[in-house]
Ligand binder design. Structure first.
Ligand code: COA
Length: 182
């Protein structure tokens, strides 16, 4: 990774221009990590799909002209919910994920959000260590019950994890939150 790596907002014409490269990173991640990364591949359509607050709370890491990763998030009620986080293999372990998070956190503070939330596939232990290292906390018990209820997810809570059936396969997620003003 070069010293020229920048964190940029992801939105507008820039989002449209970068989306094919981000979809390429996403499909490489599915090939590398499989369902531990995601059960649903993202194409250009998902990257550019407008959602409330998405262009204010989503960021890309760009190395020269090439995207190296992304943190896509949007405003769901009082929370900023993360839909997708990934870096190309050569950009990991150098603080780039933390820099993306710092940009999302600054945007979340600016919009007076309550929390930054996300879910991670249970087998993705590396990502869970990453979020714990950023001071996210695992949602459990009543907090996890109300998260599932508020978000209208189809899954059920079992043993402090969310269990869902996607395409006939039973999958499990842990849910995490970062208290913005905490
Ligand atoms: C998860 C991911 C985004 C982390 O980004 P990263 O740039 O590698 O992480 P950073 O270098 O910014 O590390 C930040 C902190 O996370 C933790 N961390 C990161 N990688 C870790 C690992 N492999 N093992 C343990 N802790 C780790 C550390 O606590 C680190 O703290 P430090 O800054 O005090 O050293 C990146 O590894 C990735 O893209 N993985 C593949 C895709 C994926 O799993 N996405 C998440 C799907 S929910």
């Amino acid at each position: 990774m070069s010293d020229a790596l920048r964190i940029e907002p992801f939105g507008g014409d820039r989002a449209i221009a970068l989306a094919p490269a981000l979809a390429g990173i996403d499909s490489a991640l599915i090939a590398e990590l499989g369902t531990a990364y995601s059960h649903v591949p993202w194409r250009v359509e998902e990257f550019v799909k407008p959602l409330p607050g998405k262009w204010q709370h989503s960021f890309v890491a760009v190395d020269g002209a090439q995207p190296a990763g992304f943190w896509i998030a949007w405003a769901r009620g009082a929370d900023i919910h993360t839909s997708r986080v990934a870096l190309i293999a050569g950009a990991r372990g150098q603080g780039v994920g933390r820099r993306l998070f710092d940009a999302v956190l600054a945007a979340a503070r600016q919009s007076h959000a309550r929390r930054i939330t996300l879910t991670v596939s249970t087998p993705n232990v590396v990502a869970q260590r990453f979020y714990a290292g950023l001071a996210f906390h695992r949602m459990r018990g009543a907090c996890l019950d109300s998260f599932v209820r508020e978000t209208g997810r189809q899954g059920r809570v079992d043993d402090d994890e969310i269990e869902e059936v996607i395409g006939g396969t039973r999958v499990r997620y842990t849910a995490w939150a970062f208290d913005v003003e905490g």
